[in-house]
Design a protein around this ligand. Structure first.
Ligand code: AFQ
Ligand code: ZN
Length: 368
């Protein structure tokens, strides 16, 4: 049902395909985030046009609204959204810690109050799997205990050990042949803890492995270093997914360190906020400098925004027109999708290092 095919490597970078019952996922690949069953502001056809092979949904959000039984009654996530390609759902582990009204973690569960109606919810490994199976995603994530960094080593070790025990409980609870289960490696920024966690999870035979606990405020260089000493301890015949990452630079730096899949709200969230990604770095479109600029964001971009001028896009944002966020979200997802396509081609041609350096030079030293 699920098979990762390694087509070739170029240094630390991997070119592959993750085969799923709902179609192949080309890697390296970027997965747009569709938290509530929608990639905000875009129709599912517009998302498909950006080159995305797999999109994300979320257990925490969909459990709260409309509820996983409602999604099941509407035919499951694919039918409800009209996306017949692969869908990956996160387990809710991260959202409980980043969104949930202050929560309590015991060995049994992560308990939190809904940020919507205050209802008390007990997210156990078993309940997270139950929700993901009801949603019908193709890839489910184990429930993990995510902590904010920096944290005392004892706390990192405690959350790591609980995440491994919860992964084992998810493995036992997951009984849908047509749904893959990915494990999540924790361990903060510590080399020894990361290697121990990766090795222990690799022995438990999951269909894929995520690197979690990063992109939580640490400096980008610390993220790259951590990825770099974690991936060598993951199985080569399974996909590696770096959760919540990242900027275009983050994608290329982590692909160079053996990561295959990414998800991030950055292209869509920043698109809604008038920030456009281009080969010359990010553009803040509300800036007056764009007022009379008749050029598109990028000359060769096939997206819905690049049929218009930068001046028009600026006008839409300044006027508060809803078309602004829609067009810029489409451009940014198209930018990420085309970046991944060009990356796959560069790895196949054995030119990834030069490709990465050229892109980094074009982007300049913006924070992004
Ligand atoms: C933004 N940074 C970041 N995100 C992380 C995420 C969330 C990834 N994105 C999920 C989508 C967003 C809403 C719908 C699904 C993480 N998730 C888990 N389970 N564990 C992490 O360590 C984990 C770590 C993460 N770091
Ligand atoms: Zn464009």
């Amino acid at each position: 049902m699920f098979r990762y095919e390694l087509i070739g490597t170029d240094g630390g970078a991997r070119r592959g395909v993750f085969h799923t019952p709902r179609g192949p996922v080309r890697t390296p690949g970027f997965m747009p985030v569709g938290t509530l069953g929608t990639v905000k502001g875009l129709t599912i056809d517009q998302v498909a046009a950006t080159g995305a092979d797999m999109i994300l949904g979320n257990t925490y959000h969909l459990r709260l609204r409309p509820g996983h039984e409602t999604v099941a009654a509407l035919g499951g996530l694919h039918k409800m959204c009209g996306w017949d390609g692969p869908i990956l759902t996160d387990s809710g582990g991260f959202q409980v810690f980043s969104l949930g009204a202050i929560n309590k973690v015991t060995e049994h569960a992560a308990t939190f109050r809904s940020h919507i109606d205050g209802a008390k919810i007990e997210l156990t490994p078993e309940h997270s799997i139950e929700i993901q199976q009801a949603l019908g995603s193709d890839v489910a994530m184990v429930l993990d205990h995510v902590i904010a960094l920096p944290a005392p080593m004892t706390q990192v070790e405690d959350a790591l050990a609980r995440s491994i025990r919860w992964a084992a409980r998810c493995r036992v609870a997951a009984d849908r042949e047509d749904q893959a289960l990915f494990a999540i490696v924790q361990g903060g920024l510590d080399r020894t803890l990361r290697q121990q966690c990766a090795t222990e999870l690799a022995a438990m035979s999951f269909e894929g492995y995520a690197v979690g606990g990063l992109s939580v405020g640490e400096p980008p260089e610390d993220m790259y270093t951590t990825t770099g000493f974690t991936t060598p301890h993951l199985p080569v015949d399974k996909p590696r997914y770096l959760m919540g990452v990242g900027t275009p630079r983050d994608l290329l730096e982590n692909i160079a360190r053996g990561i295959d899949l990414f998800d991030c709200v950055m292209p869509t969230r920043n698109g809604r906020n008038a920030l456009a990604f281009t080969d010359e770095g990010p553009l803040k479109l509300r800036n007056a400098v764009h007022k009379l600029d008749t050029r598109p964001l990028m000359e060769d971009c096939p997206c819905l925004a690049c049929r218009h001028s930068r001046g028009y896009l600026r006008h839409l944002f300044v006027a508060g027109e809803m078309l602004g966020p829609i067009l810029l979200s489409h451009h940014n997802l198209m930018y990420y999708g085309r970046l991944m396509q060009a990356t796959r081609d560069a790895i196949e041609a054995g030119e990834f290092e030069a490709f990465k350096n050229a892109k980094l030079a074009g982007w300049g030293h913006e924070p992004f």
